[in-house]
Each structure stands twice: as C-alpha cells, then as structure tokens.
Design a protein around this ligand. Structure first.
Ligand SMILES: CC(C)(COP(=O)(O)OP(=O)(O)OC[C@H]1O[C@@H](n2cnc3c(N)ncnc32)[C@H](O)[C@@H]1OP(=O)(O)O)[C@@H](O)C(=O)NCCC(=O)NCCS
Length: 191
C-alpha cells in the first residue's frame, strides 16, 4: 500500500499525502510563480489539494502513480510533491513530475528528493525508463533533470494550452543503465 512508503533523505522525509495537507499544498500550487510552467493554472483554493489527498489515499496497489510529499525534517513542513505517474508496466516506463514551494528553491532539495524517488522507481518498481515533459523555458527544471542525468530527447511543438497560453514540451529521458552509473544513485550495481 502507498501508505507504507516512507523515505528518509538527509533533509527530507518523503511520505504519502495525508488529510490535513490540503492547505500546505495550496501554498505551493496556488503560487503563480511555482505554476508558471505547470500543466494547469494556479489553484484558486485548497479544494484541489483535498481532492489530491483523497485520490492518493483511495489508491490501491495497482495505482499507476506514486506521489510523495516532501516534508522538511527541520520543521516538519510540507514543501512540495514529487510523483512517478503514468506507469506503463509492460514497457517498465514512468513519467516524473515535481513542484517545490518558492521559499525552498535553490537549496538542492528537489535533487535530494528525486534521487530517492528514482532509486525507488528503478529499484522497487523495476523501471527501465523515466521521462519528463517540461516547458523549454523552465531553466530550473531543465537543470534539475540534467543534474540527475536526464538527456534532452526532443521538442514537441505547441503541446500544451494552459489558461489560453500555448507552450512547447521539451522531453527528457533517463534510462536504468544511466541511473546505475550516476554518482547520486544508490541503485545497486547488480540491478
Ligand atoms: C524546478 C524546481 C523543482 C527545482 O527545485 P530546486 O530544489 O530549487 O532545485 P535545485 O536547488 O536543485 O536547483 C536546480 C538547478 O536550478 C537552478 N535554479 C534554481 N532556481 C532557479 C530559478 N528560479 N531560475 C533559474 N535557475 C534556477 C539552480 O541553480 C540549479 O542549477 P545548477 O545545478 O546549475 O546549480 C523548482 O524550481 C520548482 O518547484 N519550480 C516550480 C515547479 C516546476 O516548474 N516544476 C517542474 C515542472 S516540469
């Protein structure tokens, strides 16, 4: 069950979302700066957060996603989420998504979280490939992916229309063998 997944990193606790997280989620996903390149407009209230928590809590072992909250261990604050989603079991492939509260940007926290999530995905889920679809203007996201060893694989034109704004997708991919060789990986050499 998703509720059993708890991962400790140096500064973070990664855990499933819980009832009571909706306001903290709204603080992240209601911020227009955080949502500037997101696939939906900024949230107007905590309703979508409550729905997100309910959806995750209702998910069973066959769910095709794993979303974990990023909780800063120093003050127990929920600062964002990271998600493996659209799990294609036959192709052993998943997509990756992530968002962090603006006050916590630039400290390498998402790198820390995604390192642990990728170890989990390539390990427990036995993935062969993880991919990410980002707005090519989103430099922080591109740097986050590049630092993890993702490679740019192409540009899809005018793939999104969000709030009337048309944007392209830059696709990035990380293979199992790339991650095994990455200095941040704890993924076993026998995998
Ligand atoms: C993308 C995001 C998760 C990065 O998280 P983070 O913890 O701040 O990332 P890091 O501290 O590891 O920094 C990653 C890189 O981005 C750079 N960076 C951080 N904030 C930046 C900013 N606002 N503008 C440009 N570059 C930035 C860092 O310098 C670093 O680059 P480096 O490796 O060359 O030093 C965070 O900026 C965020 O949540 N953005 C809004 C949501 C979003 O865009 N999610 C991705 C959608 S696909």
């Amino acid at each position: 069950m998703v509720d059993e997944i708890v991962i400790h990193t140096r500064r973070l606790l990664l855990r499933p979302l819980r009832q009571g997280d909706a306001d903290a989620l709204f603080a992240v996903f209601g911020d227009p700066e955080v949502m500037r390149y997101w696939s939906t407009p900024p949230w107007a209230d905590a309703g979508p957060g409550a729905a997100m928590v309910a959806l995750d809590q209702a998910s069973g072992p066959d769910a095709d996603w794993l979303r974990l909250g990023l909780v800063r261990r120093a003050d127990d604050r929920l600062l964002g989420t990271c998600t493996l989603f659209d799990h294609q079991a036959h192709s052993r492939r998943c997509e990756l998504g992530y968002a962090l509260a603006r006050e916590a940007w630039g400290q390498g926290l998402m790198h820390e979280a995604l390192t642990a999530l990728l170890d989990h995905g390539f390990g427990t889920w036995n993935l062969n490939r993880v991919e990410a679809d980002i707005d090519p203007r989103n430099r922080a996201s591109a740097r986050t992916l590049e630092r993890l060893g993702f490679r740019p694989e192409g540009l899809l034109r005018e793939r999104w229309i969000v709030g009337g704004q048309v944007s392209d997708s830059a696709l990035y991919g990380l293979l199992r063998r790339d991650w095994r060789m990455h200095p941040s990986s704890r993924f076993g050499s026998t995998a």
